[in-house]
Design a protein around this ligand. Structure first.
Ligand code: 3PY
Ligand code: MG
Length: 250
């Protein structure tokens, strides 16, 4: 069973780390800091498909789930990440029912979807009958972060084969004419976030959001989120480094 699905089944929220630095040692270290999973960000992090490959089993070896945020909603790339050991997929910029159906199709074997068979690492974890249980081993979240997605929210939420929605607060802020921000306090963006959470609850789907501070993540869990990601590695490194230098100069 996917560890994130187990957490959801227990009525709890999953807490994820976010990887912008595709270093094996950095990821091995981060994977042992208490997160429920790590997301390798292929859209805005430095990793590409090839450099993400060895990070996936390294995360799993720490006893937590390896996830990817795709660069784009591409079935071929999603299939490769699943074949090499991603157990969660977040797809960016899902704007309408067609985008959502294409994403869902990439995640599942026929007849439910169009995923091609050729898993390299998953049978090492799940055994030779991986094919039969493949869909249950992964979690999937479609990113809602544009005006078009807000307009088509219920259609995206209603798409079969997806676990739910992941909110991208920076792009969502831009879509609403605001500066790009995570951990936003902007009333209009917060109201859009609350609207997305409410529609997901009404549709019986999971909902997550990208955050920086743990305290903001806690607030979003209190608002109803089933999953939050916290500050990317690079952000934490720069924040800690600045504070350290500042303390020495003070
Ligand atoms: C956003 O906030 O738009 C994201 O995609 C998070 O990285
Ligand atoms: Mg985004």
């Amino acid at each position: 069973m996917n560890g994130i699905r187990t957490i959801w089944n227990e009525g709890r929220a999953a807490i994820l780390g976010w990887v912008h630095i595709p270093s094996l040692l950095a990821v091995e270290t981060l994977a042992r800091c208490g997160y429920d999973g790590l997301v390798i960000d292929l859209q805005h992090g430095e990793a590409d498909l090839a450099s993400a490959m060895p990070l996936l089993p390294a995360i799993l070896a720490a006893g937590i789930e390896p996830l990817v945020r795709m660069q784009a909603n591409d079935a071929g790339d999603i299939g490769r990440m699943l074949d090499f050991g991603a157990y969660g997929v977040i797809a960016p910029l899902i704007n309408n029912a067609e985008d959502a159906a294409r994403f869902a199709g990439a995640l599942h074997y026929p007849p439910q979807g169009v995923r091609s068979f050729g898993p390299r690492r998953p049978p090492m974890r799940h055994g030779s009958d991986y094919f039969a249980q493949a869909s249950q081993t992964i979690v999937s979240l479609a990113m809602v972060e544009t005006r078009e997605a807000l307009d088509n929210l219920d259609a995206i939420i209603g798409t079969a084969g997806l676990d739910g929605i992941f909110i991208g607060p920076a792009d969502l802020s831009v879509a609403l004419g605001k500066p790009p921000r995570a951990d936003t306090e902007d009333a209009d963006v917060l109201s859009a976030i609350r609207h997305i959470i409410a529609r997901c609850k009404a549709g019986g789907r999971k909902v997550g959001i990208f955050c920086n501070d743990g305290s903001y993540g806690r607030r979003m869990i209190a608002e109803g989120c089933d999953l939050v990601s916290l500050a990317p590695d690079l952000t934490m490194m720069a924040t800690a480094a600045r504070a350290s230098v500042q303390a020495a100069r003070a």
